[in-house]
Design a protein around this ligand. Structure first.
Ligand code: CO8
Length: 260
């Protein structure tokens, strides 16, 4: 699979997806969004990949949002279609069934912050800046940023960020719970790779079900989400990995999970 605006590198069970348009701070145009869609579907169906890192090329920007050149000339119909396509790609990331780590190496603005929020875990370089500056362009977020931001940091904090359009530092994003960790910029990819390798070694079916239980369960009424969790708990008992994990504990050795 070839891409013009993405780099896709595989290192054992970890794939690293880099948005590669550094001249425009890795802004997402329609082509890049479509390449992301294809790459993510490919990673979803590749059983040898057990964790994914998403980052941006260069040391200045993760993704500086949707490409404003395209936004500036869109019709209402184009705008709606563009937002739906973007939301679909971010949904694919959120529901990949494998952990996706956003390694935020610089600006994560607008659609860039929205993409990071669709990831499982966000690690930010201490130099990163995050925000939803759409209001300053006279538009609203279109890749579900109003929804994910409010769910991650709470309604009041989300509204303040969305209405001011302010950029916040990685440290402030950490204080708000928008990113999981802040690390020195020089260590960012190593930290992301270490975490990705740790997660890649876990039992893949259990990983997939935990992701489903949280991501889908949070959208359900609590009693239904509990039943959903109980069903996944029962289903996982059908796996060899469940037998291996429990046996390894009792035999005082490290489990070797096979993904079955
Ligand atoms: N789109 C297109 N080009 C961009 C973008 C962008 N989002 N961001 C930066 N660039 C370009 C600049 O135009 C510039 O190009 P050139 O060299 O040709 O002048 C180049 O990248 C470098 O940028 P700057 O010179 O501006 O770099 P600075 O260090 O001075 O500033 C900033 C960096 C603060 C990140 C600044 O570039 C900036 O504010 N960028 C825009 C950020 C933004 O507003 N993002 C939100 C976009 S809207 C969005 O994401 C909505 C998503 C949902 C859409 C739903 C579908 C409709």
């Amino acid at each position: 699979m070839t891409f013009e605006n993405l780099l896709l590198e595989r290192d054992g069970a970890v794939a690293v997806l880099t948005v590669n348009r550094p001249k425009v701070l890795n802004a997402l145009n329609a082509q890049t969004l479509d390449e992301l869609r294809r790459a993510i579907l490919d990673l979803k169906h590749d059983a040898s990949v057990r964790a994914v890192i998403v980052t941006g090329a260069g040391d200045k920007s993760f993704i500086a949002g949707a490409d404003i050149n395209e936004l500036a000339v869109q019709s209402p119909i184009d705008g709606r279609e563009h937002a739906i396509r973007g939301q679909h790609v971010l949904d694919l990331i959120e529901h990949l069934g494998k952990p996706v780590i956003a390694a935020i190496n610089g600006y994560a603005l607008g659609g860039g912050c929205e993409l990071a929020m669709a990831c499982t875990i966000r690690i930010a370089a201490d130099t990163a800046k995050l925000g939803q500056p759409e209001i300053n362009l006279g538009i609203v977020p279109g890749y579900a940023g109003t929804q994910r931001l409010a769910r991650i940091v709470g309604r009041g904090r989300a509204l303040e960020l969305l209405l001011t359009g302010d950029q916040i530092t990685a440290q402030e994003a950490h204080r708000l719970g928008l990113v999981n960790r802040v690390v020195p910029a020089a260590d960012l990819l190593n930290e992301a790779r270490t975490l990705a390798s740790t997660l890649a070694a876990k039992a893949p079916v259990a990983v997939r079900y935990i992701l489903e239980a949280v991501n889908k369960g949070l959208e359900m009424p609590f009693p239904q989400a509990q039943i959903f969790e109980a069903t996944l708990f029962g289903l996982v008992a059908a796996t060899d990995d469940m037998r291996e994990g429990t046996r390894a504990f009792l035999e005082k050795r490290k489990a070797d999970f096979k993904g079955r």
